[in-house]
Design a protein around this ligand. Structure first.
Ligand code: ADP
Length: 502
């Protein structure tokens, strides 16, 4: 029944044997497959069993005449091209046949060339029809694919438990999902189209969204996060990424918003618990420590070296525990926002000179050199709590001393870098392997190597430094190489009035 598309099958319907044979001869040479019928009824029978592309149809035949065959064929096989064969005398009938839907006509008797021209024209028509059908099929498939893809993405967005908002480069909302509307308490009828500030009433969020949307953040492509609390006591975390086009051009931002209230509550409970426990532990431990010191002093004259050693170790351990408790309490105070409460202009170079002087005794004991390098020009002040600054630099310089072997070199350098006051603590000590570098600011993280194993510590110094710098709006970065040394770089906002005032 099926006819391969590239082969033309022609059915010649004529009661004259000569016409049928002639047409067959010519058409076979044109690489058509030819079928014949000498009556209208027979032709319809052939069509029932075989797919035919072109029908050459004599209008004047005994029995069912051509017009009748044409009417039925048009109804049943609308794609079949019918070319009517007419005698000159029946030209009018040919016109009527064309009106009935015949594709073309050829007068009888015809020259071979005439037949070839008519058949080629019909073939061309068939080819164009096939091409149009293929194109239409492809187009509807693409549209269908697009539609499926679109509705899949829409479903994913709508069922996403996290809020999602997409902005253009001007920071206008172009898309948001229901979770975003719910988290931000927006009415369901509020549609996209307005600047992000009309949806999220938080200045910091607006600034971040604006910067990400226009790809103004350094290190574009990385995601940035921001925590904020809408008025209802919930905590939300927004994480945004710029969207870049194929050629790296900025298209806008995708911002994901999560409800982190339960995590915050747990975190607060944990901090309160820790603060309580450490507070309760501090005084009995201090008492034990002092009593041990007293016993040791009294034993000094006696010849009980072994007991003395045991007690000395016990005293050392209690000192370790007291430092740990001190660090934990510092951390809970930082988390509760209870530090950096009395900011005032601080001359960092003087503060550093004091710390270097104080820790100098320790470095001298170990044959280390500790230097402070200041620029020739005066430095701006920094508006901060001096106790917080002492804690930051005290921790960093103590670490440099602890993690540098005897005879090593520790340099503290200060300079102004644009709006920042930069302090670097540089040592030529044990260094830190690259894989630990982003971990050392986490609580209790200590790098244990053969060389650092004997250094006592709590693993809380750097988290305290980081926490304080976050509070102060400063930054810290570290570069290090094993056995070569480390550079910790702190940046604090310089006070403009201080800089100009000098
Ligand atoms: P602590 O010194 O009490 O162990 P910190 O939080 O101050 O805790 O430091 C965490 C870890 O980072 C240390 O255990 C050490 O392995 C590493 N570290 C910190 N400073 C230096 C440094 N200057 N040189 C080498 N390693 C360091």
């Amino acid at each position: 029944m099926e006819n391969p598309l590239d082969q033309t099958r022609v059915l010649v319907v004529d009661d004259e044997q000569g016409i049928r044979d002639g047409a067959q001869r010519i058409l076979s040479r044109m690489e058509c497959e030819v079928l014949t019928a000498d009556r209208g009824e027979k032709a319809l029978g052939v069509l029932e069993n075989q797919a035919v592309n072109i029908m050459l149809l004599d209008l004047k035949m005994p029995g069912m005449d051509g017009m009748e065959v044409l009417t039925r064929v048009r109804k049943q096989y609308p794609d079949l091209l019918v070319i009517v064969i007419t005698g000159f005398a029946t030209l009018e009938t040919a016109v009527a046949a064309m009106k009935q839907g015949a594709y073309d006509f050829i007068p009888k008797p015809f020259e071979p060339d005439q037949l070839r021209i008519v058949i080629n024209r019909a073939r061309e028509r068939l080819r164009l029809k096939r091409e149009a059908a293929t194109l239409a099929r492809e187009r509807s498939k693409t549209l269908l694919d697009l539609d499926t893809e679109k509705s899949r993405i829409r479903t994913i967005l709508e069922t996403l438990p996290d809020g999602l908002v997409v902005t253009n480069t001007q920071g206008q909302v172009v898309l948001m999902n229901p979770a975003f509307q719910w988290l931000l308490g927006l009415p369901p009828e509020k549609g996209p189209g307005e600047p992000i500030g009309a949806y999220v009433n938080d200045k910091g969020f607006g600034v971040l969204a604006g910067e990400i949307s226009s790809c103004r953040l350094p290190g574009s492509g990385e995601s940035r996060s921001y925590e904020f609390s809408p008025a209802d006591g919930r905590y939300l975390m927004a994480r945004g990424r710029p969207v870049l086009g194929e050629e790296g051009e900025c298209l806008g931002a995708v911002i994901n918003v999560m409800d982190i209230t339960p995590m915050k509550v747990l975190d607060r409970l944990k901090s309160e618990f820790l603060a309580k426990v450490t507070h309760e532990l501090r005084s009995p431990l201090s008492t034990i420590h002092e009593q041990l010191a007293l016993v040791l002093r009294e034993m000094a004259q006696e010849e009980t070296r072994n007991e003395q050693h045991i007690l000395f170790r016990a005293k050392e351990k209690t000192q370790g525990l007291i430092s740990l408790i001190g660090d934990l309490l510092d951390l809970s105070r930082i988390e509760a926002g209870a530090v950096c409460q009395t900011p005032r202009p601080v001359e960092v170079e003087r503060l550093l000179a004091g710390i270097v002087d104080f820790l100098g005794a320790r470095t001298r004991n170990r044959n280390q050199t500790l230097t402070l390098k200041l620029p020739a020009e005066p430095l701006p002040t920094v508006i901060a709590d001096p106790v917080a600054l002492e804690s930051i630099f005290g921790n960093l310089i103590t670490n440099a001393i602890n993690y540098t072997p005897d005879g090593g070199l520790i340099r503290v350098e200060v300079r102004q870098e644009g709006p920042w006051l930069e302090v670097q603590v540089i040592d030529n000590g044990f260094g830190i392997e690259a894989r630990h570098l982003d971990q050392i600011f986490k609580r209790f993280y200590r790098v244990k190597t053969d060389k650092t194993r004997f250094v006592t510590g709590t693993g809380l110094g750097l988290p305290i430094v980081k926490g304080l710098l976050d509070e102060l709006g400063g930054t810290i970065a570290v570069e290090s190489e094993t056995d070569k040394g480390s550079v910790f770089t702190v940046r604090l906002k310089a006070d403009r009035a201080g800089a100009n005032g000098k």
